[in-house]
Design a binder for this molecule. Structure first.
Ligand SMILES: [Zn+2]
Length: 435
């Protein structure tokens, strides 16, 4: 009997020992898992020489200083970061520094030839590098997330636009539409910028009200762009999009064509975009159609050779199709005017503009849907509107009655290049989704 008890207690003792061992082993493993490789940890560095630097990311600040101070005596320079407030002008920002009026005027003038200082945005960052004599040696303006304007004041004013190094990755996502393409996209963390592009892309083939039913699946790959040493990022192009409407699957693959346009094609190499937009702006109301009408200013009956879209001043106007800018400038009663040549047969014209987008000039290549200018009321115009013409074989035609020629179909070597390309896009997409 006592032997039996002895055996039982021995077994209990062994089990307890094993349990204690097990608990310790599990703890050890979980501790080991918590040790992460060091490569993601940024070592913090003293930033005590920086003053007035609210709202800035530490890593970014450190790197900027490292980059900026390479050619300067390290200890003696200070950096001051100004974050533009509402209604603050560049001139009033310069008043915070020890710069004489004449020089201030020169700086503003010089910068304006690179960047219109009236377009300074709230929260835009401006860096001032100050030497030990309290003189500003350098001003750096962040123009956009990957471009800086560097203003060197050491002797003469020297200005340089500096593109920052970027890298990108492809993100892939899938979601079901329960409410709308846009609202469910936002719910599923698809960036706003990408959703706007997606709607533009689908709009050639879909009537959003009628075609999209509950539980329609959307699958998409897009580019996320990072700037080296900065925490900010942006989004690039859609690489791939897929939507199934009434058992009909539509696919869009991004492709750079031989003639240099970024465009979208289906698996067969057929361009999914129609060649010319009938309405080259958003949210506009058709205010006058093509044909004979009494001219609102002259009072005579006259052929109206375009269509008018009423829209508020400043509404962005899109290029109606891929093409090359043939004319930009004031054109008589048309006021501020742009003409685009799409191919040998088709051109489009845009009149009464308020202004042109920066960079739009004769010979520049534009993509369909790209902003080229803004609605205005220049020339012979009774109120803010866009006068839009589609010109076929040098004659204006009615855009609303136009039977749109279908887009480009890839052939031969270009098709072969596209096929290689789309297979890669697709395999990346599937890999990202299901890896
Ligand atoms: Zn008109």
């Amino acid at each position: 009997m006592s032997l039996y008890i002895k055996n039982i207690s021995l077994i209990i003792f062994i089990i307890c020992g094993f349990l204690i061992f097990l608990v310790n082993a599990i703890e050890l493993i979980s501790n080991y898992k918590n040790i992460k490789p060091l490569k993601n940890i940024h070592l913090s560095q003293s930033t005590s020489d920086i003053k007035d630097t609210p709202n800035t990311n530490k890593v970014e600040k450190k790197d900027l200083i490292n980059n900026l101070s390479k050619n300067l005596k390290k200890v003696e320079n200070k950096e001051k970061i100004i974050i533009v407030k509402k209604d603050q002008t560049f001139s009033s920002i310069l008043d915070n520094f020890n710069i004489e009026n004449k020089k201030k005027f020169e700086i503003i003038n010089e910068i304006n030839s690179f960047f219109d200082l009236k377009e300074l945005k709230v929260n835009q960052k401006i860096f001032f590098l100050i030497n030990n004599k309290e003189e500003v040696e350098k001003i750096i303006l962040e123009l956009n997330f990957n471009t800086n304007l560097v203003v060197d004041l050491k002797s003469n004013i020297k200005i340089e636009k500096k593109e920052l190094e970027t890298f990108s990755e492809i993100k892939s996502q899938e979601y079901l539409i329960t409410n709308s393409l846009y609202a469910d996209g936002i719910k599923n963390n698809i960036p706003n910028q990408i959703l706007i592009k997606l709607i533009q892309l689908f709009s050639f083939d879909l009537d959003f009200q009628r075609d999209i039913q509950k539980n329609t699946k959307v699958s998409i790959s897009y580019e996320k762009i990072f700037v080296k040493n900065k925490s900010e990022y942006s989004f690039g192009d859609i690489e791939y999009a897929e939507i199934t409407i009434k058992k009909n699957t539509l696919e869009y693959f991004k492709f750079l064509t031989d003639d240099g346009f970024t465009d979208y094609f289906n698996r067969e190499g057929k361009n999914v975009k129609k060649s010319i937009l009938k309405t080259p702006l958003d949210g506009a109301r058709l205010s006058s159609s093509f044909g004979l009408r009494k001219h609102p200013i002259s009072g005579f009956n006259k052929m109206h050779k375009g269509v008018d879209f009423a829209a508020p001043i400043g509404t962005p106007v899109y290029a109606g199709g891929n093409g090359i800018i043939e004319m930009v400038g004031i054109n008589g009663g048309y006021g501020k005017y742009i003409k685009i040549r799409h191919n040998n047969e088709y051109k489009t014209a845009y009149a009464h503009l308020n202004s042109y987008r920066k960079g739009i000039s004769k010979g520049v290549r534009v993509n369909q849907g790209e902003v080229i200018g803004y609605v205005g009321s220049t020339g012979r115009s009774t109120g803010p509107h866009l006068h839009y013409e589609i010109i076929y074989q040098n004659k204006q035609i009615n855009p609303l009655k136009l039977k749109l020629p279908s887009g480009k179909i890839l052939k031969g070597e270009e098709l072969a290049r596209f096929e290689k390309n789309y297979k890669m896009i697709l395999s990346n997409h599937l890999h990202n989704l299901f890896e």
